[in-house]
Design a protein around this ligand. Structure first.
Ligand code: BJW
Ligand code: ZN
Length: 243
């Protein structure tokens, strides 16, 4: 156990309002690839070729094939102890807990988390470029690209690409949670994508005790209160365990 872990656990236990900000690293132990680093999605693909509105306009079939591959892969993945620990925190703190995730994989809900702010959207939603309707879509046998059953328009994945704005209502709720929490957990994110990354600093500047959990140091490690290095699936259950 990291030497700092008992103090971090105590500070978390004392906090009545807690926010968690998650990134791809929390799902890595479930078998979901992260974006950056060794084995990450960007190792073989350039983000601008797949995760921008321009890429989708250029070649929707190519972009959809990549999303179909990820949906299929993730459909076999299960939540890990880190997701379960966050669901337990929500049960304990109720509305005093806010889960903000950059992840699009849906594993928090599978772990039992009820209120999840999916600020980068979801792989399991689609939006029509014709009529604008957005809905859940879990079928894995969709064509590339799929078309809207209502208007025949082109469907796109319900995620937020580079250069696109995040949903204003979700972002406002995330910002408010960051600004008002007494402790924030920042788990498995490289902390380089804005505006998500700045939420940890909003919390810190507003006086929260900020606990980072990551395999490696990030650009924010020097600014948080404690940086716990290791697997989220090992550390989260220890942090959340009742003392
Ligand atoms: C473990 C572990 C284990 C591994 N245990 N840990 C200000 C300055 C500069 C640029 C900008 C700015 N404001 C906006 C921008 C532009 C851009 C941006 O941030 N660019 C930077 C990269 C330079 N942001 C945007 O475009 C955003 N829109 C926006 O701001 O609109 C207004 C605006 C537009 C244009 C200009 C200015 C303003 C939208 C961002 C959307 C991000 N979308 C993606 C794809 C989602 C869809 C999909 O999945 O296909 O979201 S990109 C990708 O990165 C994905 C992730 O959610 C996001 C963050 O990645 P994350 O989660 O941190 O994963 P990794 O892989 O980076 O890191 C994993 C971490 O886990 C690592 O640290 C590991 O060590 C760790 N780890 N295993 C613990 N077991
Ligand atoms: Zn439509």
């Amino acid at each position: 156990m990291a030497a700092e872990l008992p103090l971090a656990r105590q500070r978390l236990a004392q906090a009545g309002r807690v926010a968690a900000l998650c990134g791809a690293g929390i799902s890595a132990e479930s078998g979901v690839p992260t974006f950056r680093g060794r084995g990450g999605l960007w190792e073989n693909h350039r983000p601008e070729d797949l995760a921008t509105p321009e890429a989708f306009s250029r070649d929707p079939a190519l972009v959809w094939r990549w999303y179909h591959w990820r949906r299929e892969l993730i459909s076999h993945c299960q939540p890990n102890p880190a997701h379960l620990a966050l669901a337990e925190l929500e049960r304990r703190l109720g509305r005093g807990f806010t889960l903000i995730t950059q992840n699009v994989d849906g594993l928090h809900a599978l772990a039992g988390s009820r209120e999840v702010l999916e600020i980068h959207g979801s792989l399991w939603r689609v939006r029509c470029l014709g009529c604008g309707r957005e809905r859940e879509e879990r079928r894995l046998d969709l064509p590339a690209p799929p078309l809207c059953p209502d208007c025949g328009g082109l469907l796109r994945p319900g995620v937020v690409w580079f250069g696109e704005s995040l949903d204003g209502v979700l972002l406002e709720r995330a910002w408010r949670a960051a600004h008002t929490c007494e402790a924030m957990l920042v788990i498995g994110t490289s902390a380089v994508v804005q505006p998500a990354a700045s939420l940890a600093l909003v919390a810190k500047q507003a006086g929260a005790y900020v606990i980072e959990v990551n395999l490696a140091a990030t650009p924010q490690s020097g600014q948080v209160d404690v940086s716990l290095l290791g697997l989220a699936g090992d550390i989260l259950p220890q942090l959340v365990a009742p003392s």
